[in-house]
Write a protein that binds this ligand. Structure first.
Ligand code: SF4
Ligand code: SF4
Length: 90
């Protein structure tokens, strides 16, 4: 089964993951999980929708395996919908 290595906010490069699990320990919303099959060990995304972009995992990783990728949509490129929320223009 193919699994994503990214959420709306972060991207994980599993090639650089040393399976120390520090990022899992600091994540407040249990986004991250483990792949542990013999010599195949690295972090994975279990609940991407729960990621709030807090960056705790990015700061915890000493191996540069997690990158913060979120780019906010500039104000002028948003439009306001009827319910008061803003969404990017297509
Ligand atoms: S950015 Fe925060 S919520 Fe998202 S995976 Fe990292 S520690 Fe968890
Ligand atoms: S902190 Fe970095 S090296 Fe450690 S498990 Fe997480 S992604 Fe892998």
């Amino acid at each position: 089964m193919k699994r994503s290595h990214s959420t709306r906010f972060i991207d994980i490069d599993t090639q650089h993951c040393e399976a120390c699990w520090d990022c899992i320990d600091v994540c407040p919303t249990q986004v991250l999980g483990k792949v542990e099959v013999l010599w195949h060990r690295h972090v994975r995304i279990d609940h991407a929708e729960a990621c709030n972009g807090c960056k705790k995992c990015v700061r915890a990783c000493q191996h540069g395996a997690i990158t913060y990728t979120y780019t906010p949509v500039p104000r002028e490129q948003r439009h306001r919908s009827g319910d008061g929320t803003t969404t990017p223009r297509p």
